[in-house]
Design a protein around this ligand. Structure first.
Ligand code: 0O2
Length: 297
């Protein structure tokens, strides 16, 4: 959306869709606003008109997001009652901004229309679920897959397959039925599940990415971030082993869980990340350096 031509296309498409869907002249509304000089013929003008035309659709996604959040909270409460633990640490929600939606459509090479927005943009409504342990992320996906009115349409497992920069999270799109005055609609919501540790990494990486200067002479920032992600992953695995062993002790001891915990050694846990850091520094933090974590038994 860098030139006036495409902005005008967006305005025109939004106006036509609005008129068709609402039976009133969206173009007249646009002109009235423009004549009153609330809008001018620039980027803000086009995006504001678009926002107006899209609000009806966005409301639908907002409703779906709230209902999905309630589902997750109910699941968490139920697990607390039955299994005495709350896997969900907290939930964040966000609606994608209209400019961001249309930037994504442009990236996908799709027309800047409201129809395309509904057909191709699956993360208009998004929830980020922060959990304690890696196993919790997969357990929540599994519970949702077993709710028969939900449809999990795509799963991107960046935990099993981290992004090249070290980003880890479990992403999936769930379609949830929502009842409106004109009937039931199945609305997609993007869910990102990540542990507290993954969230820590992603938040700082995001923060660093937007620093005005993202380079330090003699330091490979990307390789450092990737190494941090790998270290975090190693620490998480050890925390998971501890949690499993403690849980196992509390209920019906499982030999395997307890044995895994016994085979861990606190000294290794502390030493391993430090060793990796030294090794990376020695190797000049080469991009493809793959730190080796202590075996987990
Ligand atoms: P916002 O404001 O959260 O929407 P695709 O669906 O494959 O065409 P997309 O949508 O970019 O591409 O999907 P992807 O990469 O699976 O996940 C996008 C979202 O995941 C991002 O949202 C971030 O919230 C998060 N994310 C993905 N990669 C990274 C990363 O390397 N670092 C951090 N910190 N977060 C990441 P948006 O679209 O950026 O923004």
């Amino acid at each position: 959306m860098n030139n006036d031509g495409s902005l005008n296309d967006i305005r025109l498409n939004a106006s036509v869709s609005y008129r068709r869907d609402h039976g009133i002249a969206g173009k007249d509304v646009t002109e009235k606003l423009t004549q009153n000089r609330i809008l001018t013929n620039n980027d803000i003008d086009a995006l504001t008109v678009l926002e107006f035309a899209a609000q009806d659709i966005l409301q639908k996604y907002h409703a779906a997001m709230r209902q999905m959040e309630a589902r997750l909270e109910t699941l968490d409460q139920d697990l607390k009652l039955r299994k005495s633990r709350n896997p969900i640490h907290h939930i964040e929600s966000r609606m994608k901004s209209v400019p961001s939606i249309f930037e994504k459509l442009e990236r996908y090479g799709k027309d800047a229309t409201l129809e395309a927005m509904e057909a191709y943009i699956m993360d208009i409504a998004g929830l980020r679920v922060i959990v304690s342990y890696v196993q919790d992320a997969y357990a929540i996906l599994d519970y949702l897959e077993h709710q028969d009115d939900l449809e999990v349409v795509t799963v991107k497992d960046y935990i099993a397959h981290p992004k090249p920069n070290g980003y880890r999270s479990l992403h999936f799109i769930v379609k949830i039925p929502v009842f409106f005055l004109d009937g039931k609609k199945s609305v997609p919501v993007e869910i990102q599940i990540r542990t507290i540790a993954m969230d820590f990494w992603a938040s700082l990486e995001h923060d660093l990415k937007y620093k005005s200067v993202y380079e330090i002479e003699g330091v490979d920032v990307g390789a450092e971030l990737k190494a941090c992600s790998q270290i975090i992953s190693g620490v998480e695995k050890r925390m998971q082993i501890l949690a499993n062993a403690l849980e196992s002790n509390r209920a019906h001891p499982k030999e395997r869980d307890v044995r895994q915990a016994r085979q861990m050694n606190l000294a290794d846990t502390v030493a391993a990340p430090a060793e990796i850091a030294v090794k990376l520094a020695e190797e000049g933090a080469q991009k493809d350096a793959a730190p080796v974590f202590p075996a987990e038994g």
